[in-house]
Write a protein that binds this ligand. Structure first.
Ligand SMILES: O=C(O)CCC(=O)C(=O)O
Ligand SMILES: [Mn+2]
Length: 213
């Protein structure tokens, strides 16, 4: 059929890349990181509309957005003024194994999806190094991830991502629209109620921001 969606070149799905112990260790690093870099709810450029997810970052650069200055990378947390927590070793190892890129990631966006959170279709396009893949890790509740093409409103396909899964947006897929339709609340026990009231899903998105020297 000519009108079916075909997966863009460079898209990779690595189900179960992290086992339960590795997932737990990653969640521990998120819990530690938010001491100096607590989750906050960013807002959209211009409209100031709050995002559906809460965010923090690991690494020397963090992705932030607000009404006045829009989407960008910053070295410091917008509320505390403190640097982001260091990039966890397990994420550096993942990047080195999977990215096929000659330099390390500089940013790891941490998205916390509550039961009713979602993420609209978008392209990651705030980096200079768009030749580097974007690599993301799913933790906690399952989510319906949707991938389209380079044009908004084109054909899409969706898949359910589970805790421990890794998605790689490299090659042509780096320039493709993607988003999260919904999460499936209560489908994982990874995010404990005490640390993550209401549970939900954590997504870790690794990116190279600047072109390596
Ligand atoms: O949560 C996800 O699986 C995708 C996150 C994403 O696309 C982003 O943060 O840019
Ligand atoms: Mn994205």
């Amino acid at each position: 059929m000519a009108d079916t969606y075909s997966m863009p070149d460079g898209f990779r799905y690595l189900p179960g890349y992290f086992d339960r112990a590795a997932q737990q260790a990653l969640i521990e690093t998120v819990i530690e990181a938010r001491g100096d870099a607590p989750f906050w709810r960013p807002s959209m450029p211009r409209t100031g509309k709050p995002l559906s997810v809460m965010m923090t970052n690991f690494g020397p650069l963090g992705w932030v957005t607000d009404k006045a200055k829009g989407y960008r990378y910053e070295s410091f947390h917008p509320q505390t003024g403190q640097p982001w927590a260091a990039m966890p070793d397990a994420l550096l190892t993942l990047w080195r194994e999977v990215s096929d890129y000659p330099a390390d990631p500089q940013a790891c966006l941490v998205n916390w999806y509550a039961a009713d959170s979602k993420m609209g279709m978008h392209i990651d396009w705030d980096e200079e190094a768009t030749d580097a893949a974007v690599i993301s890790v799913s933790l906690g509740d399952k989510a319906r991830f949707r991938l389209g093409g380079p044009q908004r409103g084109g054909k899409t396909a969706s898949m359910v991502l589970s805790s421990g899964d890794v998605v790689v947006l490299g090659g042509a897929s780096r320039r493709c629209y993607h988003g999260v339709d919904r999460i499936y609340p209560g489908t994982s026990t990874l995010l404990g109620e005490e640390q993550f009231p209401g549970g939900g899903r954590i997504n870790l998105t690794l990116r190279r921001v600047t072109i390596p020297a």
